[in-house]
Design a binder for this molecule. Sequence first.
Ligand SMILES: *Cc1c(COP(=O)(O)O)cnc(C)c1O
Length: 351
Amino acid sequence: MKSYFRSEVDAMEGYVPGEQPKIENLCKLNTNENAFPPSPRLQRVLAQFDWERLRRYPDPQADALRDRIAREFGVERANVIAGNGSDDILTMVFRCFTSPELPVACLYPTYSLYPVLAEMQGANVIEIPLTGENFALPDDLPEQGKGANLLIITRPNAPTGNSFPLEAMREICRKFDGVVLFDEAYADFADDNCMGLVKEFDNVIVSRTFSKSYSLAGLRLGFAVGNKTLIEGMFKVKDSYNLDRMTQELGLAAFDDQQYRKECGDKIRATRKQFTSDLESLGFQVVPSQTNFVFAAPPDKDGERCFRELRDRAILVRYFKGPATGTFVRITIGTPEEMARVTTALREIYE
Ligand SMILES: *Cc1c(COP(=O)(O)O)cnc(C)c1O
């Protein structure tokens, strides 16, 4: 059959999400979901939700939610936009700032959705390779990114889990002639973040998600904070009613419960520390993590084998084939009990 598709769509492969399989007793550590349930406040919001109001369209601007987020970060409502997951935020950013004439620069390895979004825009991708065994930023990053209109720094990075020095981020914002997007999907598990740079620079956008630190991957909610002019432009390209009524109300309740979010984050960081030292005692090389996952190379440097052996034991982790990533597996930090099960399995495999 003749193809009716745009050539960009014909040429692209599409994003491949981590599996969501239905295996019994599965230890699911492959897509960085939170080990804990969402804030208990959400149960009450759901129970009291007036179902008749679903007849009406939701607030297209999500003002109540944006006000609450703005208050948290000391900015104004006009500095904030919300999306149907931070993937929706990324879509808006690509629609606004990339085209066949306007390339995007991002790190390598990093979140594999960016090149897919670039292909849809017909935009070229400049990949900036991270260096050394701990995936550090190259010193000449601004030079390598030259010519791009959008630079995405995933901080902390995925799938590598490490972060980059904050002072280097400030230097990049100063030097890069284009929009700098900090994808901070994991910032709530890190020691610091780039939210402060939004007030220092006109060309900075910071994106966050409710999927990881708020335990709400199933809800689909994310947001971005940035200069008013940039945010205003993003509103022009977003889907008209991108956030449904329930998501706006549940998201507000979850965001309001910062203390619960912090408590869960602290527990995950403590488990991460323990699990990292367990992995190291088994001879794994572990990239220092600032996220709710670790990127680790098994003693034989065969990431695929590690993935397979764990899968045979109903433990699902993520493996990314390729020269820079194939010697590693990415393991989400679950509960202490889940991580103990992983450690036991790895001991069986490698000792
Ligand atoms: C999980 C993740 C996202 C997407 O989050 P959603 O809000 O679930 O769409 C964005 N960026 C990175 C780096 C992620 O790991």
